[in-house]
Structures are given as C-alpha cells and as structure tokens.
Design a protein around this ligand. Structure first.
Ligand code: NAD
Length: 541
C-alpha cells in the first residue's frame, strides 16, 4: 500500500555505447562473446520459478555458423503448458494486489542491472544466437530493453494520474485493474527487447503471463529470465514455455482464463490467432485483448528535390542493417528517373564497402539471416529475379549457406511497381527499386499507398516543403511510423512510439501508454457523500 503520491525517476534513454577499438566495453563484450560461444547453455522452461527440463531438446546454433552448437532448450508438452497457465493464475492473487510501487521497482532494477552487469551477456547472447553485430545488439538488447522498462514505469504512473472530474458531493475515481485471467505473450526472433517487453509490459500493469519466446531467441530469453529473477520478479508471474508452437497456442487459447494476446510476428500467424480466438469466444470469461504488431513492406519514396546521397544512405542503412530483418527495414523504394543514376552510383559504392560474416569480427556490417527457412525463401526470390526479364539485380545477388545463412545485400531494379519483391515481405537484405518518371510523382505516391497490404514504416525524401506536405497527406495511412528525410528504421522508445496499421498490426505502439492501457481493465468508482432519500425530481412539481 503506497502512503503518498510518488514520483518515479524521470525516464531517460539509455546512452548507446560506441564499442570503439580499445574501449573497455568492447573488450568486455568480445570476451563474453568468446566465452559463451565456446560453452554450452542448457535452457529450461520456467514454470512457477522452477527450471523444467524434459530432455526433449533442440539445439541452439549461431545462424552465422550453423553447425556449431552453443546449447539447447527443452521442449514441453501440453501438460507443461497447462501447468504454466495454472501457475500464472495461482500467482495472480498476490501479484495483482501488490502495490504498483513494488512492480515499478522490479522493472527499474532490471533496467539498472541491464545497464550494468547484464549488458555484455545480453548483447553477446543476441549476437551469438540472433546474429546481430555489436551495434545492432547494443541498440536492441541493451538500450531498447532498458528504455522499455524505464519509460513503461513512467507511462504507468501517467495512466494512474488520469482521473475523471468530480462534482460537488461526489468523488469519482478510476482504478486501472489488471485483466481478469492471464496474458499470452508470443514473441519473434528479431528483437530481444521486444521479446522482453511483450512479457514485461502486461506484468508491470499487474498481469500474470505465459510467455512463449521464438525458439531462435531462446538464448537471450534465458538471460532475460535471469535478469527478471535477479531484479526480484516473484515466481509464477512470467512463465516461459517452449515446444510445438501450434500445440502451445491451441492449449493457451482454449483456456477460459485467457484474457489477452501480446504478439509480435508475421501477419499470417496473427490472423490465424485472431480467427482461433473468435472461434473460442464463448469459452472465455472475458473478451480477450488482442494486440499484434505484424509484417511490413516498408518504403522509401524520393522526390527529385531530394539529395541523392542522403537517399542512398537511407537505403543502405534502412535495408541492410541487421540483414533487413527489422520489421521497420526498407524493402521497396520509388526513385525519380532524374536522380536515379546518382542514387545508384552511391548505392554501388556504399555496398562495395560492406563486409559480411560473423558478428565477432567487428568489421562486419552484415551478418547471417536467422535460419535455413528464411535463407531459402530469400534466395529463391533473388534467383527468380536473376532469371526474370522484369527485374535486374544491380547489387549483390549471391548467397551461401555452407557455413552460415549468408545473403549478400542485394538491390533489384523492378520494371513493374507490382513485381514480386516490390510487394512481398522477404525479411532479408533485399531492396527493390522502382524508377518513376519525374512528372509522375503524384501517381507514384498512389503506388506506394496501394501496392501492398501493409502500413508499418515509410520514409519520404524532399527538400521542397510543399511536396513534403503533399506526400505526408497522400501517405497518411500508408505507415504507422512515418519519416521525413530519414531512414524508416531505428525507432527509439519514448521518442518514436512504434507500430503500424492495415496488415501490419493493431498499432498499439509498443513502449507507450497506449500499449499499457490495453493491459488494464478500468473500474470506475463513484462515491456519493449525502445519499438521496427522495425519489422525486423537482420537475414533478
Ligand atoms: P513468426 O510469425 O514466424 O513467429 C513469431 C512467433 O509466433 C514465434 O514465437 C513463433 O514460434 C510463433 N509461431 C509461428 N508460427 C506459429 C503457429 N503456426 N502457431 C503458433 N505460433 C506460431 O515471426 P518471426 O519470424 O519470429 O519474426 C518476423 C516477423 O515478425 C516478420 O513478419 C516481421 O515483420 C514481424 N515483426 C513485426 C514487428 C512490428 O512491430 N510490427 C516487430 C518485429 C517483427
């Protein structure tokens, strides 16, 4: 019970460390990487704070060296999922009634632990098992996760302060209760911070959680579990399960106590969940909250007033960082004919400098894509483009999975704006460019808006303010995160709340008060101090 209206520490973004040669953080991180790479981690499930090992294990392999084994995780069966649900529900009574200050303290402590003693381990796990370079690991696994924890605490208190007015003789107040039941967090491989946040955000608001991480993120998920434990998260509040994703989801969504889905991943999977929840709707005690951030086909549109070097740099960074496996990664560009040869020249010279390989070698800008399925899909589109008269590969196009799942950063020029790689989410380092006639710039905006089902991120480039205004209006529903003269990636918690509409998700903006509100069910309390005793109103005369 809080005895005071407490302020929480003002949230500030965690500074990104540079890892320059000779810096202490670089030495620590690379030494941690080496040690973890050459040892074996055994990742159990976590049910009621207990480590559950089934012996039915799957290996954890670095995508950049897929024959190497760095550990294994234990797959559960239906009985384990049932146990995770009942454990969560048993923990709910205590956790949901714990004062918000205690919950805030746990996640603020987690942020500080991650900023200090856990930083190298979290980053190294993300480098090893998700194949992120030092910088990509730092901005995700360290900084973004810290920011989620700090800012969410601040947003929670902002929400609590939002109260209705009261009239004379009456006191109105609202309390932000957690959902009645448990939340299912099901998370993607590509951001360690998103995985942590999808479980942590509902828990911060007093909910109990069953968390199914992507099996490709199991290594860093284990570090997150260790972090939460050291920060003081009580047993049973977040329960972690692995196994057949269909079996896990079928079990969870069949529970009458299922009260919320916190998902990030691909559109088809989310659509399937939504239907399944609809089919089960009569089973549930309460209407479940459905929050999903899903696929994208993110764009860069340039006007002929833009600076070609700036456009090329945005394409190189926006499309190839983390091998194009950011949900926000640019994968289609619309460039006017008059500046195309200059943009192309810059792209070719920038791509020529890019090195690809293991994240352990800090000269590598690009590492491996996550798994063989992803590699094969991306490679098949690249190979089709090689054979296709409608497409020309001007940069890259090579791929090799003999050691790691390496796909060279690739730029395809498409003759048609609806060419397959202009419209399909590949989730790899592949950018497709459509060159439009300068006087068709308004029609090209329509193409940007209408060519795909998605609306996640997008960027426009122009130095003409009238064009910027027109393009912003024409594309108002084409992206939930819209960038002017900047690449469409790199959203920072507290600064650019993230999410998209159309087939890109419910746009509940991860790392914002809007998202946290979804994990609450508001109770309005009206108290009348002098209660009426006469039923008649004055007009009755
Ligand atoms: P994914 O959809 O393959 O997997 C996401 C989660 O769903 C994983 O935990 C996975 O095990 C589970 N899953 C997969 N198929 C399932 C099934 N049939 N039944 C039950 N569970 C299932 O996505 P991914 O490959 O991990 O991540 C990449 C996708 O995520 C891309 O489409 C990307 O655009 C999207 N993404 C979106 C955002 C955003 O904010 N919009 C952020 C990150 C990633």
């Amino acid at each position: 019970m809080a005895r005071g209206f407490f302020n929480v520490p003002e949230a500030i973004n965690e500074p990104v460390k540079g890892y320059a040669p000779g810096s202490p953080e670089r030495e620590e991180l690379l030494a941690t990487y080496k040690a973890m790479y050459n040892s074996n981690i055994d990742v159990p499930m976590h049910i009621n704070g207990e480590e559950v090992r089934t012996g039915n294990t799957s290996n954890i392999n670095p995508p950049h060296d897929h024959k190497h084994i760095v550990g294994q995780y234990h797959n559960g069966e239906k009985s384990h999922i049932d146990a995770a649900i009942s454990t969560a529900l048993a923990a709910r009574e205590k956790w949901s009634n714990t004062c918000w200050t205690e919950r805030a303290s746990i996640f603020l402590k987690a942020a500080e632990l991650l900023a200090g003693p856990y930083r190298a381990r979290m980053n190294a796990a993300t480098m090893i098992a998700q194949s992120k370079n030092v910088h990509q690991a730092e901005i995700d696994a360290a900084c973004e996760m810290i920011d989620f924890f700090r800012f969410n605490v601040q947003y929670m208190t902002d929400i609590f302060k939002d109260q209705p007015i009261s009239s004379p003789g009456i006191w109105n107040r609202v309390e932000y209760r957690p959902l009645e039941g448990f939340v299912y967090a099901i998370t993607p491989f590509n951001f360690t911070s998103i995985a942590a946040n999808l479980a942590a955000a509902p828990a911060l608001m007093g909910n109990v959680v069953v968390w199914k991480p992507s099996s490709h993120q199991a290594y860093s998920a284990q570090v997150i579990v260790d972090l939460f434990k050291e920060a003081g998260l009580p047993d049973g509040v977040i329960n972690v399960v692995y196994g057949d994703p269909v079996m896990i989801t079928d079990t969870v969504l069949a529970s009458p106590d299922f009260s919320g889905l916190h998902f990030t991943g691909s559109t088809n999977v989310f659509n399937h969940f939504w239907k399944q929840i609809g089919n089960n709707i009569n089973t549930y005690k309460t209407y479940p909250r459905i929050v999903g951030e899903t696929g994208g086909k993110d764009f860069i549109w340039a006007h002929n007033s833009s600076n070609p070097l700036q456009v090329a740099t945005a394409i190189t960074r926006g499309s190839f960082e983390y091998q194009g496996q950011k949900c926000s990664a640019a994968s289609r560009a619309y460039i006017p004919a008059s500046i195309w040869s200059e943009v192309k020249g810059h792209l070719i010279s920038q791509a020529a400098e890019i090195k690809m390989g293991s994240p352990e070698n800090t000269n590598n800008f690009v590492n491996a894509v996550i798994h063989e399925g992803s590699f094969d899909k991306i490679a098949s589109f690249i190979d089709a483009a090689k054979a296709d008269a409608d497409a020309e590969i001007i940069i890259g196009g090579n791929h090799d999975k003999s050691v790691g799942y390496f796909i060279e950063p690739t730029v395809i020029v498409a003759k048609s704006p609806t060419y397959a790689t202009m419209t399909t989410e590949l989730f790899g380092p592949v950018m497709t460019v459509f060159v439009y006639e300068d006087d068709q710039w308004e029609a090209s905006l329509k193409l940007v808006d209408e060519s795909t089902e998605y609306a996640l991120t997008g960027a426009i480039f122009s130095t003409d303010r009238y064009i910027v205004e027109k393009a912003s209006k024409a594309l108002e529903n084409a992206a939930g995160n819209f960038y002017i003269n900047d690449k469409p990636t790199g959203a920072v918690v507290g600064q650019q709340p993230f999410g998209g509409g159309r087939s890109s998700g419910t746009n509940d903006k991860a790392g914002s008060a809007q998202n946290l509100l979804r994990w609450t069910s508001v109770r309005l309390i009206k108290e009348t101090f002098v209660t009426p005793t006469d039923y008649k109103y004055p007009f009755l005369g």
